[in-house]
Design a protein around this ligand. Structure first.
Ligand code: NAG
Ligand code: NAG
Ligand code: NAG
Ligand code: NAG
Ligand code: NAG
Length: 414
């Protein structure tokens, strides 16, 4: 009997997943078709008819599609594009200016693909290699993230982005993973960059915290405090910014504090601490800021520039984080500093449901002016006291002390 229940459970779960997926696909396809119609089939290049030797020396005389189909080192990409239903290919090409990241053939061997993936998997994957706008190698270096033609969510409310890292002049990485190899080509309608890895579609926040070794303590913390359920569940938020402390950040707190936080008595305090690092329904990249529009699932986008400053509401409602985008002169790109104190060490880790910024320090709320620390009320003073405790030599902090001071505050968390 338990076995039967288990089977029924599994089947209903599978059916649910299929239904959600099918619905998502329908909505996605509807959005695509709407977009295709609005672009009114501007150019319908017949890709398969282009002979591979048609190209002369001047790449800028040719469209991106012609360049791709004229290059024998891109045979696997050619196959994916050729097998895609024409309306989708036309959709990619319907943007006037595009930047295409073309994985060379060997790149596909470095991934474990399920080759029986449904057709639209390849379409999604390919869409993630098409960036809207014409960006040369130099232009890429000036843009920390770029929008692709792939929609990030089933509501088609914002575009999935690719993040760009300039390791040295001319050495450019995408999503901390794929490197641009070989000289890029300028086409009639944009740029073609060769990459050594397939740019896989972003995973979820939960996946990153589960699998990146430098987040193993964070993962334990999320499980320990029960916050994992909220952070994982993409239906509870529309976009999310997670300032994710690395193991180093926790180690800097010292053993006494971490022992407390990871123990049974520190759970509530730890939860509050982690909630202070999560901003739901708002996604801040180093060059753009998406905010839920308050009227449904859509997000609105603002471009942001160095010097941009913004207060974001954390999961602890009354508490905000101040994010300041500043300029890294060496690398010519934006960086994020939080509360004038903590620098993001690895920004723009693109995930399906928002963004993760890695930090190597725990963020603490700003210090209040002297005098407020003595009154026993108010959440911020409780935080301030925690902060004082944390900054003190570690063996002077006691568990009781911390818990007691935290109690009035903890009720305000979600
Ligand atoms: C193309 O380049 C090759 C050498 O790379 C050169 O021999 C040839 O003349 C060029 N053709 C044109 C049309 O410029
Ligand atoms: C793309 O090309 C147009 C002209 O064709 C140019 O004005 C624009 O600056 C280029 N760059 C980007 C990033 O769009
Ligand atoms: C949620 O995340 C935690 C840790 O990040 C993980 O242990 C748990 O299995 C995840 N749950 C789901 C449903 O993904
Ligand atoms: C985020 O938005 C969703 C609805 O889109 C809402 O249910 C949820 O409460 C919001 N979360 C926060 C922390 O505001
Ligand atoms: C953010 O909050 C701080 C403190 O409340 C305030 O001084 C600052 O002006 C705010 N910044 C913005 C951009 O709203």
């Amino acid at each position: 009997m338990p076995r039967l229940i288990n089977v029924v459970y599994q089947v209903t779960r599978a059916a649910f997943a299929v239904a959600v997926f099918a619905l998502g696909t329908q909505i996605y396809i509807k959005a695509v078709i709407k977009d295709i119609e609005s672009h009114a089939s501007k150019n319908s290049v017949s890709t398969t008819s282009i002979a591979s030797n048609v190209l002369g020396n001047d790449s800028s005389q040719h469209s991106l599609t012609e360049l791709i189909f004229g290059d024998t080192s891109l045979s696997r990409l050619q196959r994916i594009l050729a097998e895609m239903p024409p309306p989708y290919r036309a959709y990619f090409e319907s943007h006037d200016k595009l930047t295409v990241f073309a994985p060379v053939d060997e790149a596909y061997d470095l991934e474990k693909f399920d080759w029986d993936n449904p057709d639209f998997y390849w379409m999604y994957l390919e869409a993630y290699h098409y960036v809207i706008g014409n960006f040369s190698l130099e232009d890429l270096a000036a843009n920390p993230t770029l929008p692709t033609v792939l929609w990030a969510d089933i509501y088609a409310s914002y575009r999935q982005r690719i993040s760009i890292q300039v390791l040295s002049p001319g050495t450019v990485k995408l999503n901390h993973r794929a490197t641009i190899v070989k000289p890029s080509l300028k086409a009639k309608n944009g740029y073609l960059h060769y990459v050594d890895r397939v740019i896989m579609m972003p995973v979820s926040t939960a996946y990153v915290t589960r699998h990146w070794p430098e987040f193993s303590l964070l993962r334990q913390g999320l499980d320990h405090t029960g916050l994992a359920v909220i952070v994982n569940d993409t239906s509870t938020h529309n976009g999310q910014t997670f300032f994710a402390p690395s193991n180093r950040a926790f180690e800097k707190l010292g053993k006494d504090v971490t022992d407390f936080l990871f123990g049974p008595w520190g759970r509530d305090c730890f939860r509050a601490l982690l909630e202070y690092h999560v901003i739901a329904n708002e996604t801040l990249f180093t060059d753009s800021h998406f905010k839920a529009n308050g009227r449904g699932p859509g997000l609105i986008n603002n471009e942001v520039a160095p010097g941009f400053e913004l207060n974001m509401s954390t999961m602890i409602r009354p508490l905000q984080l101040k994010a300041h985008i500043h300029h890294d002169k060496d690398r010519g790109i934006g960086k994020i500093q939080i509360n004038d104190e903590v620098d993001v060490t690895q920004p723009d880790i693109v995930v399906q449901d928002g963004v993760i910024h890695k930090i190597d320090d725990i963020i603490l709320p700003p210090k209040l002016s002297a005098g407020t620390t003595e009154d026993g009320h108010g959440s911020t003073s409780a935080w301030d006291r925690l902060r004082v405790e944390l900054l003190r030599p570690k063996n002077t902090m006691t568990v009781e002390n911390l818990l007691q001071r935290f109690q009035p505050y903890l009720q305000q968390t979600l």
